[in-house]
Design a binder for this molecule. Structure first.
Ligand code: API
Length: 300
């Protein structure tokens, strides 16, 4: 491997993230590299967060986000917390401003290691999400799956957190649904011209939700931060909860809730953990990679 960059294998509540350091370079991580990295079980990931030199004044970095199928994502909450932790441990800084294709994000690491990311403003207009059909009220749209007279899932709240989300309310535990089967049908439903992240959300109390997500471009993942934001905002918007909720991400092995606050200035702030696993070097064009020598030894 002649032309490699550093990367860190990290996770946000089990959401598998590769943080790739593209600073000082003009090229981008290619879809081919993403697909190659994902095909190796050791580097298989849900999202790549590629850190680039800042492109706008007042920002610390530009972040390019790729799904494991090589497509781009406009937002990734769990991955953004991983980027904050990686840069905080490198620089000692605690607050950051990032630019993504969806806009500017402010984030900070707290004394207790938890990380807050201002995920920006939710968007509810049908053509901002986008939907293929005009709906005036996107808090509950006509869409269902399963038998016509007894649908398994129906009437989702839909919105954009920079990326498209549909939230289906369920009364049973989200883990009891066959989301592996319904996920791809809903992700690719003609209602969503740019596809959608599909979340099942159970209201536990007026301050708590339990969620599980089938991610656009990544499938069933252990956690999804922007979906947690979408579920929290949709719950508050429809009067199911207040504006601050704890999200128990049902599929996550990490039993720490995400705290989502939909502030009165309309910004959505997500707080939760991030974890570093190991580091290595990868070729951003081909995806060829190696683990750092010290860690390779430690792993033997
Ligand atoms: N895991 C991410 C979401 C990725 C979204 C991506 N699957 C898409 O919108 O295409 C998160 O924590 O927010």
């Amino acid at each position: 491997m002649s032309d490699t960059v550093e990367f860190a294998k990290m996770n946000g509540l089990g959401n598998k993230i590769l943080v790739v350091d593209m600073r000082g370079r003009k090229d981008m991580v290619t879809p081919q590299a993403a697909i190659a990295l994902n095909s190796d079980p050791e580097t298989a990931f849900d999202q790549i967060m590629a850190i680039h030199d800042p492109r706008a004044q007042g920002t610390d970095a530009y972040i390019d986000i790729l799904n494991c199928d090589g497509t781009k994502a406009q937002a990734c909450g769990n991955g953004t917390r991983c980027v904050v932790q990686a840069l905080a441990s490198e620089t000692g800084k605690k607050t950051f401003t990032f630019q993504t294709v969806a806009g500017i994000l402010n984030a900070s690491e707290h004394e207790n290691g938890m990380i807050s990311v201002d995920m920006g403003l939710p968007r509810f207009r049908w053509d901002d999400i986008p939907l293929s059909e005009e709906f005036y009220d996107t808090s509950r749209i006509e869409l269902q799956i399963g038998p016509i007279d007894n649908p398994v899932l129906h009437s989702p709240a839909v919105m954009s957190m920079g990326n498209p989300h549909a939230v289906f309310w369920v009364t049973n535990d989200p883990m009891t649904f066959d989301l592996e089967r319904f996920g791809p049908l809903l992700e690719n439903h003609p209602m969503f011209p740019e596809k959608a992240n599909i979340t099942l959300a159970q209201v536990v109390s007026d301050t708590a939700l339990r969620t599980r997500t089938f991610e656009r471009g990544a499938g069933l993942t252990l956690a999804c931060g922007s979906a947690a934001c979408a579920a929290a905002v949709s719950a508050a918007r429809t009067g199911r909860t207040g504006r601050t909720v704890e999200i128990d991400v049902a599929s996550s092995p990490v039993r720490i809730p995400l705290i989502i606050e939909w502030r009165h200035d309309n910004h959505v702030v997500m707080t939760g953990p991030a974890e570093w696993e190991w580091s290595g070097r990868a070729d951003p064009e081909t995806g060829a990679w190696s683990r750092d020598a010290a860690q390779a030894k430690a792993a033997l």
